[in-house]
Design a protein around this ligand. Structure first.
Ligand code: PAF
Length: 287
């Protein structure tokens, strides 16, 4: 399918309004580009559900901390366009620098509580930047079904809460993590890994699986013992710098005192230049 690339905010809004006026359901896939098979799975899912798939491709400066990788974040709009079209997208929004925020915004969207633990503690202000850009992209794109990956599990929770709190006319669709054959969750930041680091990287997933086995096979109900199992597994590979290992409630991301129902196991660690995050669900045997 031929892809139409749109750079300007007004043209994007008009194009999507026209599609809705023609009776089409819009599927929106917000991205920061550097598209990979994980993004393709979101686009394919949206193409299955909707009449037109619209991908946004914008590296949002608001969600990067001062010492983070904004300058080096991979950017290649032409390559992204080819990948988006192959997966079934018809429209690509690729605003040039200055189009989204001609002047620094004075408004910030903050989803308190959910934004504070895990990624929020390690990356202060990150989720304010995410919520602000996603609110803006949703406002520009209008009523739609919007697709986000569960790899960024906390981001998905923050966006769901924002959409609910602000009654935005959007159905938020969470989509499963896509992994390479060795288990590594796909991420644009995997491009920072050298060959040795890439070979080690799936150990982050294996640490999650160690936690999952503790819950599901051993019936462990103490969250501290489960995070220890994850940390001990990762410590076998000193190349990693563990940031956090956490057991959280999948809906509100609070830390349970005891594990009774389904929980999410979340982990973040540095490996070389990359900071990797991942998560899996875990359900105790009696559930
Ligand atoms: O997940 C991402 O790629 C980004 O955080 C998002 C949702 C596109 C906002 O910039």
């Amino acid at each position: 399918m031929a892809l139409q690339t749109i750079e300007h905010v007004a043209a994007w809004r008009q194009t999507l309004d026209a599609r809705r006026a023609a009776g089409q359901r819009v599927g929106l896939v917000p991205t920061m580009g550097a598209l990979h098979a994980g993004h393709m799975s979101l686009i394919r899912r949206a193409a299955g559900d909707c009449d037109v798939v619209a991908v946004t491709d914008y590296v949002n400066p608001l969600q990067f901390g001062p010492t983070e990788d904004l300058a080096s974040y991979p950017r290649d709009i032409e390559r992204d366009g080819r990948i988006a079209a192959e997966a079934g997208a018809e429209l690509l929004f690729a605003p040039p620098p200055g189009e989204m925020w001609p002047k620094p915004p004075m408004t910030s969207v903050q989803v308190s509580g959910l934004s504070e633990p895990m990624e929020g503690a390690s990356r202060p202000g990150h989720f304010d930047g995410v919520a602000t850009i996603v609110a803006k992209l949703l406002a520009l794109s209008g009523p739609c079904w919007a697709y986000f990956g569960e790899k960024d599990f906390q981001q998905l929770a923050v966006i769901r809460q924002m959409v609910s709190d602000l009654s935005l006319p959007v159905a938020v669709m969470g989509c499963p993590v896509v992994r390479d054959a060795d288990g590594l969750a796909l991420s644009s930041r995997n491009a920072y890994l050298n060959q040795t680091e890439r070979a080690l990287a799936p150990n982050l997933y294996y640490a999650l699986l160690a936690g999952k086995r503790a819950v599901e096979d051993d019936g462990e109900t103490d969250p501290g013992a489960v995070t220890d199992a994850m940390a001990v597994s990762l410590e076998k590979h000193p190349e990693f710098g563990l940031d956090y290992a956490a057991v959280v409630d999948p809906l509100d991301l609070t830390r349970p005192v005891r594990i009774h129902g389904e929980v999410r196991l979340c982990i973040a660690a540095r490996l070389g230049r990359a900071r990797l995050i991942d998560n899996v669900p875990a359900t105790p045997p009696d559930n």
